[in-house]
Structures are given as C-alpha cells and as structure tokens.
Write a protein that binds this ligand. Structure first.
Ligand SMILES: [Zn+2]
Length: 255
C-alpha cells in the first residue's frame, strides 16, 4: 500500500491510496490534482472516502464522479443528507474493503457531529479531527465528545501513521511549545517540520507516536500542561475534559 499526499486549495491535504493499479481518494478538495496523478500513473480510481461534509474536503467529488463514472463513495451514514453523493453509507466500526485493503471506520464527533476517521491497515485518515500537533475546532461537537474521539484514535496503536486534513503543524507546534514548555520532543519535531516546510514538503503523515509525544490535545493528563493552565488561571477543574476545553479555548485565540 502506498499513500500519495496531494496538496489542494490553500492548505488542505487530499490523499490517494494506491495498491497495484487500484486507487482510492480520501477527501477530494479538488478534482484536478487527483486526476493528474491518476492519469500520469495509469491508475484505476474506484472509491472515494469522505471524512466529513465540509466543502474543502468534498469540493472535487462531483467532478471526479463526472470524470470516472461510478465510484464507490464511502462516508458515515448520518452524513448522507449533507453528502448526498455517498453511495456506501457506513455505520460506526463497520469494516469494508478498499483497493483490496482492509478498512474500518470510526465515528469521531467533535469537529462535526458526523465526522469519521478511516483506518486502512495501520494508516489513519483523520480529516479535521486530529492535526499535526493539534486538533480540529469544535464546530458541532462538545469537548467531551472530542476527548472521546481522540481517545479512540490514540487507542489505534503508536505505530499508526496519521494523515490529517490541513497543514497547520508549524503553528500548532508553536502553540504546543507555549503550553508544554518543558517537553523536549516539541522542539525536536518543530526543527524537523521547519526543514520539511522550507523545502515545501508536507508535514503529513506523522505517526501516532509523534502525536502522543508532542500534541497537547493528546496529553491532557500531563502534569506540566495542567500546571501551565492553572498558573494562567484557565482551569475550572483538572478533569480531562476541562483540560481539553481550556487548551482548545487557548488555541482558538493563538496566532
Ligand atoms: Zn472541516
């Protein structure tokens, strides 16, 4: 299995899953960058995987269907009204096969109420639930739901690679350094990511191991992070959801 990172729009990432000559696309923001790769490499596109309904993740879907005819379009069954082009509605935890590869879907509400993460072998396509050193904004879900969603992702195993929907990693790491200032892994990752971005290479994929070490939203039990929030008097309680909510609020105002 190979995954090609396809930069789209301003800072979106679409992904092409390739197995032999078969290909599937995750979150087609735009059709043309995907079509270029499919045509150049003589691939056969058979499926589209949609993590959520936001336009910057499905904007190229209709054009891909126009170009390639009948594609299997996978998404969460509760997203069918918002993504009417879904042909293969999936339930939480449902398994399916894409490009002859084993895949499962996980409902991860928080960014939207119907967001899902796709797990293809040990590759996690996390959309806007998790980012490099960050997580999605809570547009429709609660902090409690997002904590549960991130827990489900974290439980997938540190060897998993993480394919996220936007290139926000540098800014996220600057935020991580502020809220978790004594964590040496953040500075090391920031240096690696700065090198990649200077050469215009994507910081995706990361690994779950890297995220568990450097992503404050996966480190809400960390004493140093909790102490920092307490010092700034941002915490109402030291429960996990309260820590998450305080971090998310602080990140919303960080630039
Ligand atoms: Zn989104």
């Amino acid at each position: 299995m190979e995954v090609v990172v396809v930069p789209c729009l301003y800072d979106n990432y679409t992904y092409l899953i390739i197995n032999g000559k078969q290909a599937a696309v995750v979150d087609p923001s735009e059709a043309w960058p995907v079509m270029n790769i499919i045509d150049d490499r003589g691939l056969e596109l058979s499926a589209v995987l949609c993590t959520h309904h936001h336009h910057d993740h499905i904007g190229g879907l209709a054009d891909l269907l126009d170009e390639y005819g009948s594609l299997d379009v996978y998404g969460f069954f509760q997203d069918r009204t918002r993504i009417p082009l879904i042909t293969k509605p999936l339930q939480d935890n449902e398994s399916f096969s894409v490009c002859d590869l084993e895949a499962t879907v996980m409902h991860t509400p928080g960014h939207t109420s119907t967001h899902v993460v796709f797990c293809v072998e040990d590759h996690l396509f996390v959309g806007d639930t998790l980012f490099g050193a960050g997580c999605g904004r809570l547009f429709e879900g609660t902090a409690e739901q997002m904590v549960h969603s991130l827990d489900r992702i974290s439980a997938c195993g540190s060897q998993c690679s993480v394919f996220f929907g936007h290139e926000y990693t540098e800014l996220n790491l600057r935020f991580a350094a502020q809220v978790d200032p004594t964590n040496p892994a953040i500075g090391r990752r920031a240096a690696r990511v700065a090198d990649m971005r200077r050469e215009d290479r994507p910081s995706a994929p990361s690994t779950l191991k890297e995220e568990l070490e450097t992503n404050p939203f996966l480190r809400i039990e960390d004493g140093a992070i909790i102490d920092q929030l307490k010092r700034e008097e941002r915490l109402e309680s030291s429960g996990r959801v309260a820590v998450f909510a305080a971090l998310r609020e602080q990140r919303n105002n960080f630039s």
